[in-house]
Design a protein around this ligand. Structure first.
Ligand SMILES: Nc1ncnc2c1ncn2[C@@H]1O[C@H](COP(=O)(O)OP(=O)(O)O)[C@@H](O)[C@H]1O
Ligand SMILES: [Mg+2]
Length: 375
């Protein structure tokens, strides 16, 4: 019998079980409950690609929706404040059910000739938030990939939201993005209000929570797995959200196509094969995608880092490459901005994506050959 694969190894796709996020979901729900000024109403979510930021925004949005809040999800784009104004003009189900008449909103928010909004983002957010607040509901705004937004536009939106919180309107704001990009955005002259946002860095998900999520997905969908096989599968994910789905997907798949043995179980051999397939997918879709098209110096920089087991000293990397440390500054910045590496302390960096070190070590020869270097 062929069973449908429940795992979802696709960017932004809601996983069958959300691992390791109970705490943040609870904090957010309490934030909605506790009222204006609760910390859960202003959050920032950071992490590397594939750590589960987009999916988490969706889940948080669902919580707000269940409480009758309106949710406005946007992804950073040019002219973000105008995008928000335009999207706010459309009434949502929440408003429809409450009988809130947004015709007023539409009338005053008419677009100018060049498609620019005649409205300002504070006015637009204010009208919707006030109408909802009056009915005991509220407005949640989420911005994904915020590292791609311009700082001026983010400031404009932040100021508007801050004012509405001061006016005691029910408004919540959650933004998500790549760690280093968000830090840059919030840096020295970033909006102070946003720097105070409750920080949630999506790091490694504990192995026991990964195992629980894998097990419950497998069992809910009519298959079984024993403890040892489950532990091996959970281990192979390194607690990385995307790998949970990739490993789950592949071990399930291997059990379905196996010809002999227990049909209703994912066996140790399926797990072994599945992990290998998952790592191959991960190499191609994540690791290779991250380091493809790097300039030669950047590749050499990464390879020099593989000699360390933890964080690497930037001074030592320079020494290994036989150059002065200052000449590597722009290379380091490029690698940080692509979220391949990240600073751990002043003068130290480490890899941002799991298994990057292993991938570089295993493929050293072919990676260098791309730049004409023969070993
Ligand atoms: N908490 C989680 N538990 C299990 N799988 C998750 C979790 N969060 C995300 N995923 C899975 O990881 C992958 C990447 O998620 P996504 O939200 O697109 O990451 P990001 O936005 O950080 O790049 C998707 O396949 C998604 O289903
Ligand atoms: Mg995303």
């Amino acid at each position: 019998m062929m069973r449908m694969n429940p795992f979802k190894p696709t960017a932004g796709a809601e996983p069958p079980v959300l691992a390791g996020r109970d705490g943040i979901l609870y904090d957010f729900e309490m934030g909605l409950e506790e009222g204006v000024g609760a910390p859960g109403r202003l959050m920032r979510i950071t992490g590397p690609r594939g750590s589960g930021k987009t999916v988490l925004l969706t889940e948080l949005g669902d919580i707000a929706r269940r409480r009758g809040w309106r949710v406005l999800d946007v992804t950073a784009a040019e002219r973000l404040p105008e995008l928000i104004c335009r999207r706010l003009e459309r009434s949502s189900d929440a408003e429809y059910e409450l009988g809130i008449d947004l015709m007023v909103v539409k009338a005053s928010a008419r677009l100018g000739d060049k498609g620019e909004s005649a409205d300002d983002v504070y006015e637009a957010l204010g009208r919707v938030a006030r109408a909802l607040t009056k009915h005991g509901k509220g407005l949640l705004v989420t911005i994904d990939e915020i590292q791609d937004a311009s700082i001026g536009e983010v400031r404009e939106i932040a100021v508007a939201i801050q004012h509405l919180i001061r006016e005691k309107q029910n408004i919540a704001f959650i933004f998500a993005g790549l760690t280093s990009g968000v830090m840059d955005l919030l840096g020295e002259d970033g909006p102070t209000f946003l720097r105070r946002a409750y920080p949630e860095e999506l790091g490694t998900i504990p192995t026991d929570e990964v195992a629980a999520a894998l097990r419950s997905t497998i069992e809910k969908n009519g298959m079984a797995i024993d403890d040892a096989a489950l532990a091996a599968a959970a281990d192979a994910t390194a607690g990385y959200a995307y790998l949970i789905q990739l490993v789950g997907y592949n071990i399930w798949r291997c059990a379905q196509i196996r010809r002999e043995g227990d049909e209703g179980s994912i066996l140790a051999e399926d797990v072994q094969r599945g992990i290998r397939a998952a790592r191959d997918d991960f190499d191609r879709c994540v690791l290779e995608a991250a380091i493809g098209h790097l300039p030669k110096t950047a590749m050499e920089y990464l390879l020099a880092m593989t000699e360390d087991h933890g964080a690497s000293s930037t001074g030592e990397i320079a020494a290994r490459l036989g150059v002065g440390a200052p000449s590597l500054t722009s290379t380091r910045k490029l690698l940080v901005s692509r979220q391949i590496i990240e600073p751990t302390a002043r003068g130290y960096v480490t890899f941002s994506i799991p298994f990057m070190r292993e991938y570089l070590v295993q493929n050293r020869r072919s990676l260098l050959a791309r730049y004409g270097v023969e070993l």
